[in-house]
Design a protein around this ligand. Structure first.
Ligand SMILES: Nc1ncnc2c1ncn2[C@@H]1O[C@H](COP(=O)(O)OP(=O)(O)O)[C@@H](O)[C@H]1O
Ligand SMILES: [Mg+2]
Length: 230
């Protein structure tokens, strides 16, 4: 029987997760559920309880050398999270990485997310990008009609969806056709129990770069009307 060449590789070739630093102390998922010595996150809601708050303080304020040791690491970027430090920590301690930290840089841009999804053959609504970038004037052609927009030559009839290119910006707007009364639904990151508000504004935003895409109706929309959901 061959010996696993790395802590993540089992004798059967299937991934195994190890707990503990030394090989002889290690237990695999075959024997116990996975335990991590540390979870790293800085999420407003989850970092509220005292232990989580303490860990968040360490992550934010201490150099990575002072971070507690952990066996495996899962780490998602969100506003305020020190991704560079998480990358340095991974280099320093070499924990088993559950997700690819470097990809966290790319997926902060919805254009990049869509490019990756397309590359992987995952279906997406038809979309176009309006780049308000002075260096790329040919990517900034917007013609607006009462019931449609034309983005770099591509037409989107209402209802359509307008998303900031920054994936951290959850201010996604959905524009209603005049036949449905016009106006728009402004989605945002949940505040209390609300995640969207109706606006009588029917014209698209004129500053910033956006993705425009077809509206895909789904069951929840039919039942309750359009919702936000960051
Ligand atoms: N093309 C679409 N058609 C219909 N609804 C959409 C579409 N895109 C987004 N939505 C609605 O808007 C919400 C937020 O969009 P999403 O792309 O998930 O942005 P965020 O990154 O802010 O979560 C979704 O959960 C969904 O309810
Ligand atoms: Mg979402």
């Amino acid at each position: 029987m061959s010996v696993p060449s790395s802590p993540g590789e089992s004798q059967r070739g299937a991934p195994r997760f190890f707990v503990g630093c030394e090989d002889d102390e290690s237990e695999s998922l075959d024997d116990c559920s996975m335990r991590t010595d540390m979870e790293l996150y800085e999420d407003d809601e989850e970092a509220d309880s005292p232990p989580e708050r303490q860990i968040a303080d360490v992550i934010l304020n201490e150099p990575v050398d002072n971070w507690p040791l952990c066996d495996c690491l899962i780490s998602f970027h969100s506003k305020g999270f020190p991704l560079d430090k998480a990358v340095s920590y991974a280099k320093l301690r070499n924990p088993l990485l559950i997700n690819d930290l470097n990809m966290q840089y790319f997926i902060q841009d919805r254009r990049e997310v869509y490019r990756i999804l397309q590359e992987e053959g995952i279906d997406l609504p038809r979309y176009a990008v309006l780049n308000r970038d002075p260096d790329k004037p040919d990517e900034c052609n917007l013609v607006e009609g009462e019931d449609h927009v034309e983005v770099n030559g591509e037409i989107f009839q209402k209802p359509f969806v307008e998303k900031p290119v920054c994936a951290e910006d959850h201010n996604v707007y959905i524009y209603y056709p005049t036949s449905a009364g016009g106006g728009s639904q402004r989605l945002f990151r949940k505040i209390g129990s609300r995640s969207s508000v109706y606006s009588p504004e029917s014209c698209v935003r004129k500053t910033g770069s956006y993705i425009y895409e077809e509206f895909m109706p789904h069951r929840r929309h039919r039942r309750e009307g359009v919702h936000g959901g960051a």
